[in-house]
Design a protein around this ligand. Structure first.
Ligand SMILES: C[S@@+](CC[C@H](N)C(=O)[O-])C[C@H]1O[C@@H](n2cnc3c(N)ncnc32)[C@H](O)[C@@H]1O
Length: 286
């Protein structure tokens, strides 16, 4: 990166120090809406510093002035999003929601006639959640019925969406998956891919990935989902934003549709359009 023309830092500002980093945190909070918990700031600072140094930047301030302020919707903002979001996920995490979906899907198919059944994994991270949905449905439904299923999967992080679409997982990622499921739904890597596991095309083809910020005022997604998984995403949101998020997700459910949130999420209440079925499962009126 050319550094000529870069204004000098104020004399009391140590490059890569706390004071230099603070405006980046303010940008993340005010422009992107992510407030980092204090215990995650040190790691974020170290990861961002190493990425920026590799690109030739001299300080956080230079990155702020030259990239974030110049193009607030550009690569710098995406880098901040990718580094600051917690992407922890797992296959069949919080399994009761998958069992619940499997019990309901036959009825949804019956109700919908010839129309497809669409399900949504909102905040899908590296893909384990939507692929788990797909595996459970492949086990539940006869093959011709499976053709009527579409799984929408979205995330804010482009980096995570790339991993998800690639559908390649490590031994650690698949530990805990039963041998029968491993045999049926994963291809074993060979040669340079030895030790990796790729989802089979039957499962990959059921899932369509999209880049979507759940904070945006409009989402180009259908409004007739019988079930939406939005689990462990609202941890990034302030309390009032969590209620708004649930309310807006409810608008994308068909009447009687279901919203699954994470078991450990602290929810400030239930929007009027939803009824609480269990601590993490909500049903739309109607
Ligand atoms: C902890 S992971 C949860 C993944 C999966 N739902 C699960 O429960 O295993 C949270 C995901 O939410 C995504 N996320 C955070 N803020 C978001 C937003 N505003 N819009 C869309 N996705 C967001 C993150 O990028 C991350 O991949």
């Amino acid at each position: 990166m050319a550094t000529s023309g870069v204004p000098p830092l104020p004399p009391d500002l140590e490059p890569w120090g706390e004071k230099d980093f603070a405006p980046i945190m303010a940008f993340l909070r005010n422009q992107i809406g992510i407030t980092l918990e204090s215990h995650r700031m040190g790691l974020m600072q170290a990861r961002l510093r190493s990425r920026l140094q590799a690109k030739g930047f001299l300080s956080f301030t230079h990155f702020l002035d030259q990239v974030l302020k110049v193009d607030p919707n550009g690569w710098g903002t995406q880098l901040l999003i990718d580094l600051s979001t917690v992407n922890h996920t797992a296959f069949f995490r919080e399994p009761a929601h998958f069992t619940f979906m499997a019990e309901k899907v036959a009825a949804w198919l019956k109700e919908s006639g010839n129309a497809p059944i669409r399900l949504w994994s909102a905040g899908c991270s590296s893909g384990q959640e939507p692929y788990s949905m797909a595996m459970v449905l492949a086990e539940t439904l006869p093959a011709p019925m499976l053709q009527k299923i579409e799984i929408w999967a979205s995330d804010l992080s482009l980096e995570m969406l790339k991993v998800a679409a690639g559908a390649i997982y490590t031994t650690r990622d698949v530990q805990g998956i039963s041998p029968a499921r491993l045999r049926r739904f994963f291809l074993l890597g060979r040669g340079p891919r030895e030790g990796s596991f790729r989802m089979v095309p039957e499962i990959r083809d059921l899932v369509k990935f999209r880049h979507l910020d759940l904070r945006n005022p409009t989402w180009a997604v259908p409004t007739d989902f019988p079930m939406i998984f939005c689990r462990n995403v609202s941890i990034y949101f302030a309390e009032d934003e969590r209620l708004t998020l649930m309310n807006r997700l409810a608008q994308h459910l068909r009447p009687g549709g279901w919203l699954a949130m994470g078991n450990g999420e602290i929810l400030p209440g239930v929007p009027p359009s939803l009824r609480k079925h269990s601590p993490s499962l909500f049903q739309k009126e109607g």
